[in-house]
Design a protein around this ligand. Structure first.
Ligand code: R5P
Length: 314
């Protein structure tokens, strides 16, 4: 075990990093991050990190390229400052949806990002609800893949009436994730038939396989981006006789008019985690953020003391 644990944060989600720091009881390390007039990013680690076990908290959310570059530069600075081990806590992994070559002559950017992180000097990745599990295999360093479903399940058990509810995945690809939540809540599962039309950003969920009639539907998805999948699935669930619809989405990307779509949809409430900051402009009475800070803090402490993380999956 490395004698000292140190936490650092980039600028992607400082609120989350501060919350994690509070839960671990370890203050964030001092770092100066800025951009020069020519748009080049620059980082200076302002304390001694020799021989320490460093955790950098930096989701690669919007501005994705800036936040990713900032993370890479922080890793480089820490490695050159003789940190013993560099662990990257990336609760939201940008480019995760680019995880396969599904058309001729396209990149697999999620793999490219994995290579960049390893080349920069990352020794371990702590991720959460990656778009696909196989992204773990893009790395040749250990990946601790956490899940928010335990956090969602705990919150729902305490705050919602689940007596006649069913978990619904808007598409077949997310079925395993929805099943995991359903099992934790001891509920049934249904699956939407989602198709993406010409423009890859537009989705329609035309039917639902499974019983949602007269039930509270809990839509569960990993990424809430433009909101098309979620709001279309909600409308279809209502057409299939659902009594109400709520949603639990891990990563609230909330692009374009997503909030407007949610506000106009039959969804009563959308629960998201704080893997990505929720800017003032995206706030809505329908959107509730649930914190993953405690889970990340437990993971960081357990990784540092080389203990099992299985408690986080129960
Ligand atoms: C796609 O496969 C993901 O799991 C989400 O369903 C997708 O990212 C949601 O995107 P949007 O909100 O733009 O429909």
């Amino acid at each position: 075990m490395y004698s000292k644990l140190k936490l650092f944060s980039g600028r992607a989600n400082q609120e989350l990093a501060l919350e994690v720091a509070r839960h671990t009881g370890i203050p964030l390390g001092e770092v100066e991050i800025k951009k020069f007039a020519n748009d080049n990013s620059w980082v200076k680690i302002k304390e001694n990190v020799r021989g320490t076990n460093v955790f950098i908290i930096q989701p690669t959310c919007r501005p994705v390229n800036d936040n990713l570059m900032e993370l890479l530069i922080m890793i480089d600075a820490l490695r050159r400052s003789s940190a013993a081990k560099i662990n990257c806590v990336i609760p939201y992994y940008g480019y995760a949806r680019s995880d396969k070559k599904d058309q001729p002559r396209v990149p697999i950017t999620a793999k490219l990002v994995a290579d960049l992180l390893s080349t920069a000097g990352a020794d371990r990745i702590i991720a959460m609800d990656l778009h696909s599990d196989q992204i773990q295999g893009f790395f040749n360093i250990p990946v601790d893949h956490l899940t928010s479903q335990v956090t969602f399940a705990r919150y729902f058990r305490e705050h919602l009436d689940l007596s006649n509810a069913v978990v619904v995945s808007p598409d077949a690809g997310g079925a395993h994730r929805a099943r995991y939540l359903a099992e934790r809540l001891k509920l049934g599962l249904a699956i939407g038939d989602k198709r993406r039309t010409g423009n890859n950003d537009e989705a329609t969920v035309s039917s639902i396989i499974g019983d949602v009639k007269d039930k509270t539907v809990i839509l569960h998805d990993d990424i809430l981006d433009t909101g098309g999948s979620l709001t279309d699935a909600a409308r279809t669930a209502m057409q299939y006789g659902a009594s109400r619809v709520i949603a639990a989405c891990v990563h609230g990307v909330l692009s374009r008019d997503a909030v407007e779509k949610i506000n106009e949809s039959p969804i009563e409430q959308v629960f998201i985690t704080n893997s990505i900051p929720l800017p003032e402009a995206n706030r809505s009475p329908k959107i509730v953020q649930i914190s993953i800070a405690e889970m990340l803090a437990v993971a960081i402490k357990k990784i540092h003391t080389e203990e099992s993380l299985s408690i986080l999956f129960r």
